[in-house]
Write a protein that binds this ligand. Structure first.
Ligand SMILES: [Zn+2]
Ligand SMILES: [Zn+2]
Length: 613
């Protein structure tokens, strides 16, 4: 279902009125103190106690505590409550009954006392920006996955005390001094925006820009190959390039929390107001890890402005009892993807060719995906709870029906940037539009909630600001490319800067309609030859054209052409199935962004203003 803008405004107004009425009934708690311990790291159990001081009006009411169903920045629904155990309550030295109300809520009542302690343990053994890990090496947590909030009191100030194992040092993006073990936060949302690392052996390197301090905290589980000093220098280049676009950031200190997991599977990047958690699966010394780390840094640091402060209306304060519903993630994440690449170029870490090749690859991914013609950028954003790392117990057709707002938004950002630059003859750009959005919604808006400065935007606001800044009406663009699924106007966009998009035949001169992981069919495209042949995801290919299937299955197919019938044998459960695929017309193409040989001086000037540091 698609809501019209006017209906959404009515719905939002209703929710705002309703929630302020709820808050009005509830006076703040006198104090809320979280105590975090980790007495048995090998158990992976974080021990949490919440000490609550109640005002007289609330002494006889029941108190409910909730674990979030998800946490900001990753929109899959994970139900953190599944890892909670041994919830207990104590008041006046005596145990109080705790009742589980539903999957995410525990209730304590009646009280009649002024002080109450609720304690529980929560299991965490994932090194990730979304989850938490406690083991013999370290404790690394994302607060949303381990801290319950007191229902109705998420806005109250909270205190945090961490009791770390002997010799383990605590660091996070709000650490004022080494050895700090206590923090005061204005509300629970800010506390969970402060991921924390606790270990005996992380390192910290610092740099200063315009009086602000930047800390690069690294915890390496594999060899660094002597690359850390260079990494810190390159991170500084990225920070300078992004500040050059946005202006001075609002904080005084910022912390990059980097893990090199050396486990080949942990990988994540998560944005926060004064820090980021970045986890790379490799070791810093491995080939490629260094470059990938810089790519993640450029993306996550851009979030300091885009998403953490300039944000869609639904992104803070959050309702953690239901999945997120915002239409703006193609701006929040997609534009950040675009600028992440652009900033590597502007920082001098990528050359022009590398940037253009990266965008060509993104175009290939989007234009080859069946979901591109079925799902708009706004719908993709609304589908985030299904597609952003969400566990799928049920077999789905999401690979064929969805499009990710990351690459789709990246291309929308690039095309909008070039249209604004081109149509204004270089007088304006998406940089100007984003700065204007930041000023209007973050710096100059009155606070719309307890959570953070300013207020959130709707996608119509970007449409309005982009039109105003560029003098070009973006209404038609938003209708066709953002709320509908038309192919973006790449040709017009690239022509402004003397470039063109070249589409060529991909490796396979036919379409089989399947993708393979090892020898197992990973996906069958809809209305494809593989579907006609009765194949399905999960089938293990035993032979193709009479040959055993290896990694080079495409090579085996390469001697065939469109309309050829290729015998295939697959194993499905206990059955062996023989069938034929009749190869179809090619559907996948390569895309490369090339220079127009007859580019004018004016076009080259526009390109230089776009891509040069
Ligand atoms: Zn660590
Ligand atoms: Zn992001």
């Amino acid at each position: 279902m698609r809501l019209t803008p006017s209906r959404i405004i009515v719905a939002v107004a209703f929710i705002a009125a309703f929630s302020s009425a709820v808050f009005a009934q509830d006076p703040p708690l006198k104090s809320i103190t979280y105590r975090l311990s980790m007495s048995r790291p090998m158990s992976h159990l974080f021990e949490v106690s919440i000490l609550i001081e109640l005002p007289d009006q609330l002494k006889d009411k029941s108190l409910q505590l909730q674990m979030g169903r998800w946490s900001p920045g990753r929109y899959g629904v994970f139900d953190f409550a599944k890892n909670v155990q041994e919830v207990r309550a104590v008041a006046d030295g005596a145990a109080r009954q705790v009742t589980r109300v539903n999957d995410q809520t525990w209730s304590v009542s009646p009280l009649g006392v002024s002080r109450l302690t609720v304690s529980y343990k929560v299991f965490g053994n994932d090194l990730s920006g979304t989850f938490s890990q406690l083991d013999q090496r370290h404790a690394n947590y994302n607060g949303g996955s381990i801290f319950m909030y007191v229902k109705g009191h998420k806005r109250d100030p909270v205190k945090l005390e961490i009791n770390a194992p002997a010799g383990w040092k605590i660091v996070n993006g709000r650490t004022d001094r080494l050895g700090q073990t206590e923090w005061q936060f204005p509300n629970w949302d800010i506390m969970i925006d402060t991921p924390t690392e606790i270990a005996p052996d992380w390192t910290r390197d610092d740099f200063d820009i315009d009086g602000r301090k930047y800390h690069v905290v690294v915890h390496s589980f594999g060899p660094e190959g002597g690359k850390r000093p260079a990494l810190v220098k390159d991170i500084e280049k990225i920070v300078r390039a992004e500040i050059a676009m946005w202006g001075a950031p609002e904080f005084q200190e910022y912390t990059f929390l980097l893990h090199f997991a050396a486990d080949d599977h942990s990988g994540d990047g998560m944005e926060h107001l004064t820090s980021t958690q970045i986890i790379q699966p490799g070791a810093l010394g491995d080939p490629g890890t260094y470059e990938r780390t810089l790519g993640t840094v450029a993306h996550e640091f851009f979030h300091v402005w885009n998403v953490k402060r300039l944000r869609p209306e639904e992104l803070g304060p959050w309702d953690f009892t239901r999945p997120l519903a915002t239409r703006g993630l193609w701006i929040a994440e997609g534009f950040t993807n675009y600028y992440g690449h652009l900033m590597l170029r502007r920082a001098g870490l990528w050359d022009e060719r590398k940037f253009l090749d990266a965008e060509g690859e993104t175009i290939k991914g989007i234009e080859s995906a069946q979901g591109s013609r079925l799902m708009s950028a706004e719908e993709s954003s609304l589908s985030a709870p299904f597609i952003d790392g969400s566990p799928q117990a049920q077999t789905t057709n999401l690979q064929n029906t969805t499009i990710s707002y990351y690459p789709k938004g990246e291309l929308i950002g690039m095309v909008m940037d070039l249209l604004v630059r081109g149509r204004t003859k270089g007088k304006s750009s998406l940089d100007d539009v984003m700065r204007a959005m930041y000023e209007e919604f973050y710096l100059k808006s009155p606070n719309s909630s307890y959570y953070l400065r300013g207020r959130g935007y709707q996608t119509e606001d970007l449409e309005r600001v982009a039109s105003r800044r560029s003098g070009v009406d973006f209404a038609d663009f938003f209708k066709r490319y953002i709320r509908d699924v038309e192919v973006l106007p790449y040709e017009e966009a690239f022509a402004y800067v003397g470039l063109r998009l070249v589409k060529t035949q991909a490796k396979e001169p036919f379409n089989a309609g399947l993708s393979i992981q090892g020898t197992v069919i990973e996906n069958v495209r809809n209305n494809s030859p593989a579907e006609d042949a009765g194949l399905q995801a999960g089938d293990q290919i035993l032979s193709l054209a009479g040959k055993d299937v290896t990694k080079d299955w495409l090579k085996t197919l390469a001697r065939f052409k469109t309309d050829d019938s290729v015998p295939i044998t697959v194993k499905r459960d206990r059955q062996t199935i023989k069938t034929n695929i009749v190869l179809g017309q090619p559907e996948r193409f390569d895309y490369r962004i090339e220079e127009q040989t007859d580019a004018t001086a004016e076009q080259k000037v526009l390109r230089a203003a776009w891509l040069n540091p």
